[in-house]
Design a binder for this molecule. Structure first.
Ligand SMILES: Nc1ncnc2c1ncn2[C@@H]1O[C@H](COP(=O)(O)OP(=O)(O)OP(=O)(O)O)[C@@H](O)[C@H]1O
Ligand SMILES: [Mg+2]
Length: 507
């Protein structure tokens, strides 16, 4: 039996009959939840491969490295064969086309974005800035955006911060108070971020979203896997990166309403990290992006141990629910169990809460959306075994996959083009040069004046006609003013930013 059953559905497993999910409702998001070791990652693997077979590209974070096996056909063991037999499935080993990505550029193609594209909102989250610091960072972006100072990498941002601190007074009158002490704090936090390896992530060539939305010649969607085993140790970088990616997709993709099948399905593992101690305004924005992105044809699937980790406003938007076993030892467990049970449309055949606790490994309660977008009755489901490999690739296998990938070589070399850092350095050098010329002129004039005294008085006219000298201080001021003039003259031409502050390009 093929992975796609019927028309426009994917097969998840066996309940009273086949348990399926409609592709035309797969942009209505979903959740895969369950205690550790209950089968969440394998369910993700099964779903990802089924989407790929249906021509839908998939993006997923590989938190433990065990999802990487999806790239190669599996060798089913007896247990898997028995599971397949129970469902009357022939388990034909196969694997979807897979791309490996890595923010650190080691276990996959490097993924980069620019500071400017990430924008002040997410960067403030990444740097854990308070409101005042975020305000100053926003001013730095305003000044840079308006003046065409390209903020590509961390050293550009450092340079722009220094520039703003050096000209706090002039910039302050235009934008509001910029305290050099606050700038100093942001600079220190940037250094700390750098030491976590974030340098690798900011710069060019930046990720092209089209590379995440590829299909192969056979029409299968590529499964993009983000190596997240190291990244997960920097939870802020992990969650901010995924949030940035969501916001890019949201800003870039056109409206499509409810398409026949999603344009992209996005699995968000360790989803609680996204919401943990996120301030209310950010939560509101995340909720908004999640709500609106479905009409761009993107389905988001949150993977988490406890569904209670996801805010109600987001949980309420999730159409597909796969609930693996939950334990109910602690009060927090019980709260999670209750939330999970209540989110299902009751099946008169069994008690939801009781069944959730009794589920075996690779079993789940599943509810998907029907044609009208209403939840189907919950079904106890034996999740199908994956046709690809269970467990990780070896480093050699991974390297071979990366080498033969269609984007091989495209992102490997960092390009460091002329941007804020170089520009400000150039300008500073020029100012210095001008200032040096001016000083030289002062010296020359002094000499001339001394000579003039000795010479005849009629020569005084020549001394008066000599170019007027300006001090170094004067040159610096002129430079700052000319920048502010440029800023002012370009008012209204500011770069457009979206809900989460990332760049918005006109299509
Ligand atoms: N659908 C399935 N078919 C066959 N085996 C399965 C299936 N689901 C789970 N298993 C078995 O259970 C093991 C644990 O599953 P999995 O790794 O998906 O758990 P998990 O919920 O992701 O755990 P963790 O929270 O620790 O990441 C798998 O390695 C596999 O052996
Ligand atoms: Mg797992």
């Amino acid at each position: 039996m093929a992975l796609i059953i019927g028309d426009g559905e994917i097969l998840l497993g066996l309940g009273d009959g086949p348990v399926t999910q409609r592709l035309d409702r797969s942009n209505r998001h979903g959740v895969i939840a369950g205690a550790t070791g209950t089968g969440k990652t394998v369910t993700l693997q099964v779903m990802a491969q089924a989407f790929s077979d249906a021509g839908v590209p998939v993006f997923a974070a590989d938190v433990k490295g065990d999802l990487s096996g999806i790239a190669l056909p599996g060798t089913p063991n007896d247990k898997m064969l028995a599971r397949a037999a129970a469902m009357d499935l022939t388990l034909a080993p196969s694997a979807p086309p897979t791309l490996f990505w890595d923010l650190f550029g080691q276990k996959g193609h490097p993924i980069r974005t620019t500071i400017s594209e990430m924008g002040p909102v997410l960067l403030a989250r990444l740097l854990e800035l308070n409101d005042v610091q975020e305000g100053v960072l926003t001013i730095v972006f305003h000044v840079a955006d308006k003046d065409g100072l390209l903020l590509l990498d961390l050293k550009d941002l450092q340079a722009a911060l220094k520039y703003v601190a050096d000209h706090a007074a002039e910039i302050g009158t235009e934008y509001g108070n910029v305290s050099p002490a606050t700038v100093g704090t942001i600079q220190r936090k940037l250094l700390a971020l750098q030491s976590q390896g974030a340098d690798n992530f900011f710069g060019e060539p930046a990720l092209r979203l089209a590379d995440l939305m590829r299909t192969d010649v056979a029409g299968r969607g590529y499964v993009s896997l983000l190596a997240a085993d190291t990244l997960i140790n920097a939870p802020k970088l992990y969650s901010t990166f995924l949030l940035w990616l969501l916001s890019e997709l949201f800003e870039e993709l056109p409206e499509v309403g409810d398409p026949e099948k999603p344009k992209l399905v996005f699995f968000f593992d360790e989803a609680h990290l996204l919401f943990n101690d996120a301030p209310k305004p950010l939560l509101d924005k995340i909720e908004q992006v999640v709500r609106l992105i479905r009409s761009k044809g993107v389905g988001i699937y949150f993977v988490t141990q406890n569904p209670a980790d996801i805010p109600d406003a987001v949980l309420g938007q999730l159409g597909a629910r796969v609930q693996h076993a939950l334990r109910a030892y602690t009060p927090a467990d019980q709260k999670g169990l209750k939330a999970a049970a209540q989110s299902f449309r009751v099946n008169p055949g069994f008690d939801t809460a009781e069944t959730i606790q009794a589920l075996g490994v690779g079993e789940a309660l599943v509810s998907t959306l029907d044609e009208k977008g209403a939840p189907c009755m919950v079904q106890k489901t034996l999740v199908r075994p994956p046709a690809s490999r269970l467990g990780p690739l070896t480093p050699e296998e991974r390297a071979a996959q990366i080498a033969k990938s269609p984007v091989a070589g495209q992102y490997d070399q960092v390009i460091d083009r002329q941007s804020a850092y170089e520009l400000l350095q150039d300008r500073a050098q020029q100012a210095q040069h001008q200032s040096d010329l001016a000083s030289a002129e002062v010296e020359a004039e002094k000499r001339r004046a001394a000579e003039d005294k000795i010479r005849a008085r009629e020569d005084a006219a020549r001394a008066r006609a000599a170019p007027r000298a300006s001090s170094r201080q004067g040159m610096a001021e002129t430079f700052a003013k000319s920048l502010l003039r440029t800023v002012a003259s370009q008012a209204g031409r500011e770069i457009m930013r979206g809900v989460l502050g990332s760049l918005r390009r006109s299509r």
